[in-house]
Structures are given as C-alpha cells and as structure tokens.
Design a protein around this ligand. Structure first.
Ligand code: ADP
Length: 388
C-alpha cells in the first residue's frame, strides 16, 4: 500500500496565512506568514519542530492571495517529488446551505462571494487565496471547510433572532462559528470520554475568538455566536453579546460613523477594552492592575452564564470541555468558570486543573469537565482527504 496522499491546509486572514502539510492525518510541517502588507515575517517547522526556511518570496507578498501563490512552489519543494493531492481551506462562512465541506469550483466561488456581506472582515481574505490558486493551478483540487457548517444542525428555534420572519428567510439568522473546532472535539470525545460523547456537552472554545457550543450526542444544537463572530462571549478585542441599543446610541447620540463602531466592537472591546491592559489572558493574569482582574471576572462570568444557558438548550448537562488557547492553558480562568458552575453539579479537581487535566472534574462529579486541545487544521485535512 502506498503512503497516504499529501494535503495542504490553508487558513488565511486579513494579514496572515497559516499553513500545514499533511500526509493523510499526519502533519509533516506547518508555519505561517504574518504581517502581510506591512512587515511580512514567516516561519515554518517540520513535524519534529525543527525550523524550515520559510516561504517568504522576494518581493514579499502584498496580500494573503500572493502569499498562497508563493506557498505552492514552496510546498512542492518539500514533497520529495510526490504530488500535492489537494489544498483544504478554512472558510468562515458557508451560508445557510452548506452543512459540510465542498470541492471548490468557479460556481462555488461565485456563491461564496455572495456571502461576503455576512462576514466582511473574514470571508474576502479566506476566498482570495482560493481564487488565486484556482487561476494559477486550476488542476489542483481545493476544498472549502466552513466554520458555520457544524451548526447547520441547530433547530430553527436556536437559529432565530426575534426579528420579523422575512429577515430569517433573507439570511439574518444565527449561524454560529468555530465549527471545525467543535467538530474536532465531537470527533475525539468517543475515545476520550465514551459516555460523555453520547450525552449533553457544552464545549467552550476560548481563544482570541471565543464561543461555546451545546452538543447532544456530538451534534450542535445551540451556540453563542450568531450572525457574525461578534456575538456571545467577550473576546480578546471583541465585545461579544451587547444590547443593540448601545449601537443605536453610538450611531445616533454620539454620531459615530459605522466604521468607527465596527472598529470599537471588533478591535477595542472585550478583554482589551475592559482592562485597558491587554487582550492576552497571559498578560492579564500577570498584571497587578485591578481592571485586568475585573476583565477576567467579566469573561468568566459570561462563560459560566453561557454554560447555564446552553445547558437549558440541552435540557441538562453531563459535561464541559475546554479548548483553544485560553481553554487549554489558562488554569485560573478554567477554575473560575468551573466554580461558577458548581451549582450545576460540576465539582472541580483543583490539582488536576492546575496540571491541565485532561480530566479536571473530581471523581464522582455529576458534571464532568475535560481539557481537550483542539486541532482545526487536522479537521480540514481530514475533510479534504475525504472529498478527494
Ligand atoms: P486564536 O483564536 O487566534 O486561534 P488561540 O486559540 O491561540 O487564538 O488563543 C490565543 C489566546 O490564548 C491568547 O490571546 C492568550 O490569551 C491565551 N493563551 C495562550 N497561552 C496561554 C497561557 N499559557 N496562559 C494563559 N492564556 C494563554
């Protein structure tokens, strides 16, 4: 039997391009180009963590699409003469139709283009590299993996805003995001905690972006993010859930322009705005500034309230899973959230939590708590292989 096919994984943002190369589900290398458009810097490492000379062409890429074009010949130099079977991409929005990843065609690109107004800060940057590769290398199979797809199982009740129904039909509804991360958690739960995998779980994806998802038997039934990635929990720099009246006030009474409100809600709010110190939980935990502690308290309060709200959507709670940068590493944050969930039957094992689990609930706790590192890239590689 030959080796598994080689699959590239691309996660493109406004100024960065993260990439990885997989042989089947084995990661061979990974890296990123950051500061694209300003001061590009790149790094790449092989599977053992040894640095590789990174894919930074001269002149440096002016945008992520150019970075993706430069990535292809670089990747091929690292394939040992074997063909690149496909490229899988993270795409934030798949709209109401796509409940699973799809092969890229010109028609699909046109369809996704129409979703740009639903995710103007992310979707164009996800699509540009796909379009660039399609133009330069039309024979290379590409697969789009959507952050919204996992949540298409949510019942209409969980997708609805209490707005006139015509707006739902028009696409103004709760889509939910971080789907690749939740799908990964749902995929590994059967081996990590078989009984829990069949139960009612709230997964907390706490990174720079943060959300929570209610899963019943591994299927999404509700989530905190909504129409955009701005709803739900407070995040590094995003406000999260906010009385829409505040936005009206900023526009009408304070005369702020829509762009300024957008900048405020996406880049100057959340942990950064609350603390005035940093968006990074490491910096907040290390800070003596009272507002840093207050910002973390708001974050943990909202996360615990999200667990309770999602438990209501599930009709009960069997377990909680922490993942992503904060969820995997910030033991004091996990502890504060778990203590606020004690009334739900979650009994924290402080020592296990300090050691980052994987199980951080005490033996006999009615609600289990686990730490499971997420792996969205592996999920993209898996989907891309499956569609070949
Ligand atoms: P992204 O959403 O950009 O993928 P990550 O999931 O990598 O982000 O999460 C990044 C955040 O995780 C950082 O901003 C930081 O707040 C937090 N984080 C990472 N490592 C630690 C750590 N050791 N202790 C506390 N927080 C951490």
């Amino acid at each position: 039997m030959g080796a598994a096919p080689l699959v590239g994984v691309v996660n493109a943002g406004s100024s960065s391009l993260k990439f990885a190369l997989y042989e089947g589900e084995r990661r061979l290398l990974s890296g990123q180009v950051e500061g694209i458009g300003t001061r590009p810097a790149a790094r790449a490492r092989d599977a053992a963590g040894a640095p590789l000379d990174p894919p930074l062409p001269d002149p440096p890429p002016a945008n992520p699409a150019e970075a993706a074009e430069a990535l292809l010949p670089w990747l091929r130099r690292h394939l040992g003469g074997r063909p690149l079977a496909a490229l899988g991409h993270r795409v934030v929005h798949g709209g109401p139709r796509h409940a699973r990843p799809v092969r890229v065609t010109p028609a699909l690109l046109a369809e996704l283009e129409a979703l740009v107004p639903l995710a103007p800060l992310h979707e164009p940057h996800n699509l540009a590299p796909i379009r660039a590769v399609l133009a330069r290398d039309p024979g290379l199979a590409q697969v789009a993996c959507f952050d919204t797809a996992f949540h298409r199982t949510m019942p209409a009740v969980a997708q609805a805003f209490a707005l006139p129904h015509a707006m739902f039909e028009e696409g103004i509804r709760r889509y939910g995001f971080h789907g690749l991360s939740y799908e990964y958690i749902a995929a590994v739960l059967p081996e990590r905690a078989p009984a829990l995998a069949r139960g009612r779980v709230v997964a907390l994806h706490l990174g720079n972006g943060a959300s929570a998802c209610a899963m019943r038997e591994g299927v999404s039934v509700a989530t905190t993010m909504g129409f955009t990635a701005l709803d739900g929990l407070p995040m590094g720099t995003r406000a999260g859930e906010l009385d829409a009246g505040v936005v009206l006030h900023l526009l009408r009474q304070k005369g702020m322009a829509a762009e300024a409100v957008e900048e405020l809600l996406y880049r100057r709010s959340g942990l950064l705005g609350l603390s005035g110190v940093s968006s990074d939980v490491r910096a907040l935990l290390a800070s003596a500034e009272p507002r840093a502690a207050f910002a973390l308290e708001v974050f943990c309060d909202r996360a615990a309230r999200a667990v309770a709200s999602l438990a209501a959507a599930l009709g009960g709670l069997d377990g909680v899973v922490f993942t992503a940068g904060i969820g995997e590493n910030a033991a004091p944050v996990r502890a504060a959230i778990c203590r606020r969930c004690a009334w739900l039957g979650l009994d924290l094992d402080e020592a296990a939590n300090a050691a980052h689990g994987p199980r951080i609930s005490a033996p006999g706790s009615r609600v289990e708590a686990l730490v499971i590192p997420t792996d969205e890239e592996r999920m993209i590689a898996r989907h891309t292989l499956a569609l070949l």
